[in-house]
Design a protein around this ligand. Structure first.
Ligand SMILES: [Zn+2]
Length: 51
């Protein structure tokens, strides 16, 4: 099992504005929206800012 993705419950995508479509991919270290496909690297310095 290499799929280690977790739903970021309660968060809204800044691109498509859908709720609960953001998934955290621990293996790749990024967040991806499964609604619009928007992806973003996790930036610890700005945690809580972009979302
Ligand atoms: Zn989206």
């Amino acid at each position: 099992m290499r799929d280690r993705s977790y739903l970021l419950d309660g968060l809204r995508c800044s691109e498509c504005l859908n709720d609960n479509t953001l998934w955290l991919d621990l293996a790749a270290g990024l967040v991806e929206c499964r609604g619009c496909g928007q992806g973003a690297l996790i930036d610890p310095d700005h945690e809580g800012d972009a979302w």
